[in-house]
Write a protein that binds this ligand. Sequence first.
Ligand code: GRG
Length: 310
Amino acid sequence: PALEPAVSTDFDFRGYMLEKAAVVNCALDAAVPLAHPDRIHEAMRYSLLAGGKRVRPVLCLAACEVAGGADAWAMPAAVSLEMIHTMSLIHDDLPCMDDDDLRRGRPSCHRAFDEATAVLAGDALLALAFGHLANPASYPTDRSVPPDRIVRAVGELSRCVGSEGLVAGQVADLEATGVGAPVTLDHLEFIHLHKTAALLEASVVLGAIVGGASDDQIERLRKYARSIGLLFQVVDDILDVTKSSEELGKTAGKDLASDKTTYPKLLGLDESKEFADKLLKAATEQLAGFDPIKAAPLLHLANYIAYRQK
Ligand code: GRG
């Protein structure tokens, strides 16, 4: 492993993830029924229900829990986050972006359907995400989630996803691809903080908002999310090197040979692992003020991101 785990094992994290992912999958299925015109709804469902770890929805539910809310309060946000994550993957796979034939182990959306359908399926999922989040009918009828929290969540999501959030990260990544100039550590961090961390930030912050967290709690959870967002990418880069070294039986993996700038390339492997350790510690520290039982899922999610093997 890249790092050695440091959490107690009395919390059944795997069981928690599987249980929450199953509930989220049902909610996603219900949120995008087959309707006229058939083909676009088939494409939306094809990508949305294709598996995936459901990390963002589970983070959202876990943040709502730590704020004292119930799963039903956060489910509309959880569903909208997975819709946006999925649409970003559909668009990322298009020929004009990463041009990938496979996603989540099967043909990418534009391969299974066609390019125009994939663009439109992404657009429709983005629109539906905001509609689902803002629709009072998505929430429990007892008005446990007041409208002002929903409005705040919509604004937060828009900021995290738009041209100063996720989209900014993709733009910075595209700009860094192919140019001769070396990508600096600052630019790499900008890419990851926007392309990956922004939606994880939205996941945690939306859960906290609908769960009724105070402003101070929201900001602590935001810091937690930004740390695990960066951690996700640093560990990804480390795994790229260690996995391919194992496969090749060599010390230099494919990552060190490819064009992509990574943390191990800029910092070296050992310093990248130290950075990952620091980020995990920074994330964990933000959870200190919360009820440890309710914060257990967020703590274990951070450790899962740090110690995963793929
Ligand atoms: C958001 C309006 C809008 C447009 C999209 C294409 C684009 C702009 C952004 C690209 C974003 C992108 C592909 C980010 C990478 C995110 C990432 C870490 C993906 C892998 O996430 P996992 O491991 O995947 O959670 P699964 O399949 O498990 O869900």
